[in-house]
Design a protein around this ligand. Structure first.
Ligand code: SF4
Length: 342
């Protein structure tokens, strides 16, 4: 593949698949979360406004009038930029791509709270109208244990500032992040904070522990115990049960999530979503293993996909093979398969 005449970072949110990607910073200014190895080998740096503007012009020439409607600013946190620099970049971006309707970025709570409400409004007025925030958990205990470097208070304050400025906000949460030890507090506190924040979108991710990551070391030292797939669905049920007064769109939307069909809008879809989780939890253990393996191997997306007799037969053959060779190894296999997609 030929390289682009402008710089690109390594990742973008799932919802930004068709977006123009413009890199404002390299890496993550925090880079200490034990569950994250996205930027582990990358030193954080700000890019100069001149350099970013050059990239915007290069992108405009390269895409030759393509009418992008969405743009995502990479990498980990554009809010570390000085407000006037960020506004200059946004202004240049809108001038070069007048068809843009949405410009988005990741935003760290701890960085955003350093801006004033007036600065947030100016940034919004310059064009940044969507934020992706990795709150991951609403529990201080969980956030501290995974060294996230943010607090429930900063999550709430930054989310309010963004909402007051008129930005659309997505909050990411991670199932299983509390391990088995803190699963309940993780679910309850995450529900509490989300119920206060009422983000426009809640996006679910499921924990996967990368070899060599900080969380992997915490696991080896018995500080963190990975929950099973079923425990994480039970955790999600507790979370949904405790979400109150919100109007968010809630979605399991990443290929790492087990039950992709658990997506809908609160409050009207709440009971339907809980019913899907209950349907999974009420399966007999053998069928649950069958479904999880089929899902992790990519044959199933929803529970009713088990009705496909051709796929069912194939998946069941794989289940039986594993039973013969690794009868106690299913959870490890599920986790290994999950880690392939993160
Ligand atoms: S999870 Fe986000 S804040 Fe934490 S290290 Fe990764 S990119 Fe940085």
């Amino acid at each position: 593949m030929h390289s682009l005449p402008f710089e690109q970072g390594p990742i973008r949110p799932v919802d930004e698949a068709d977006s123009l990607l413009i890199r404002t910073t390299r890496g993550c200014p925090w880079n200490r979360c034990t569950f994250c190895s996205l930027y582990e080998d990358m030193k954080f740096s700000l890019r100069s406004v001149a350099e970013i503007k050059q990239d915007i012009l290069a992108a405009r020439a390269y895409f030759n009038g393509h009418p992008f409607e969405t743009c995502f600013l990479q990498d980990g946190d554009s809010f570390v930029m000085k407000t006037r620099d960020l506004i200059e970049v946004l202004t240049a971006l809108k001038a070069a791509f007048p068809s843009l309707k949405r410009i988005s970025s990741y935003g760290r709570a701890q960085t955003m709270v350093k801006k004033t409400p007036a600065e947030m409004k100016d940034i919004r007025a310059a064009g940044l109208n969507k934020l992706y925030c990795g709150m991951e958990s609403g529990s201080l205990q969980v956030l501290e244990r995974v060294k996230k470097g943010i607090t429930p208070e900063s999550i709430i304050t930054s989310a309010r500032m963004a909402a007051d400025a008129g930005m659309d906000t997505t909050q990411f949460i991670i199932l299983g992040l509390g391990g088995t030890e803190l699963s309940e507090v993780h679910a309850r506190e995450t529900a509490r904070v989300l119920s206060i924040v009422n983000p426009d979108h809640i996006r679910v991710l499921t924990i996967g522990v990368k070899p060599g990551s900080g969380l992997d070391r915490q696991m080896a030292e018995k500080e963190f115990t990975l929950p099973s797939e079923t425990q994480m669905i039970a955790e999600q049920r507790l979370l949904l049960e405790n979400l109150t007064g919100i109007t968010s769109h809630y979605a399991n939307h990443h290929s790492v999530d087990l039950l992709l069909e658990v997506r809908g809008t609160f409050p009207q879809d709440r009971e339907r979503l809980i019913a899907i989780l209950d349907r999974f939890l009420s399966l007999d253990p053998e069928t649950r293993i069958h479904f999880i393996l089929g899902r992790r191997l990519g044959y199933y997306r929803s529970l009713s996909d088990m009705d496909n007799s051709f796929h069912h037969r194939f998946v069941e053959e794989q289940v039986q093979k594993i039973r013969q060779t690794h009868p106690d190894g299913f959870e490890q296999i599920f986790h290994d398969l999950r880690c392939r997609v993160i």
